[in-house]
Write a protein that binds this ligand. Structure first.
Ligand code: NI
Length: 191
């Protein structure tokens, strides 16, 4: 499923250290305009970025979700964390991720998003992608992804580009969804 070239993209922390350092971040909810900002590339992978990654990972696992882009926590830098494993022990960190090749073959998958809670719908995307990114040491690595991992990577890179998965749906669905979410928000505010 995942072909590696050189560097491990998995990251593990001793759990006691991890717990001291972590902080839960607030996830923005669609239709928040800040979800449509385009994130800037990370210039230097330093301790500030490594702390951001730890906090994002903790927030993703707590939610729980399989992926989180920095855009979703209102940090507009190109950082993604993901864990598509069943036992939730394979954290992947992608800094400045880029898709450098896509398959012609497309695949439809039912997607959801921590920024659009309770909404799931089918999105068609390339079935396989080749990705280049930086790891936590600032080193470049490449790998190929298919299945859920390919979906997740494309979904998260969309976030960095200011795009939420529901924007792949028909305009009619998007209009209905926005109206419903705004109505729910007004009801919450009234309570
Ligand atoms: Ni998402």
């Amino acid at each position: 499923m995942l072909e590696m070239s050189g560097h491990s993209i998995k990251m593990q922390y001793p759990s006691s250290t991890f717990q001291h350092l972590m902080a839960l971040l607030t996830i923005l909810h669609y239709p928040d305009k800040r979800l449509h900002k385009v994130a800037k590339p990370v210039a230097v992978v330093d301790d500030r970025i490594r702390k951001l990654v730890r906090d994002m990972a903790e927030t993703m696992y707590d939610a729980p979700g399989v992926g989180l882009a920095a855009t979703q926590i209102d940090v507009h830098e190109r950082v993604v964390v993901m864990d598509v494993s069943e036992d939730k022990k394979d954290l992947m960190v992608l800094i400045n991720p880029e898709i450098i090749a896509r398959s012609d073959e497309q695949k439809t998958y039912e997607e959801g998003c921590l920024s659009v809670p309770g909404v799931y719908d089918e999105v068609e995307r390339p079935a396989e992608v080749r990705v280049r990114a930086l790891n936590l040491e600032g080193e470049s690595f490449e790998f190929e992804a298919d299945e859920l991992l390919a979906v997740c990577i494309q979904h998260e890179i969309d976030h960095l580009n200011g795009k939420v998965f529901v924007q792949h749906l028909s305009m009619l669905k998007q209009t209905r969804l926005k109206a419903r979410l705004r109505k729910e928000q007004r009801e919450l505010e009234r309570v």
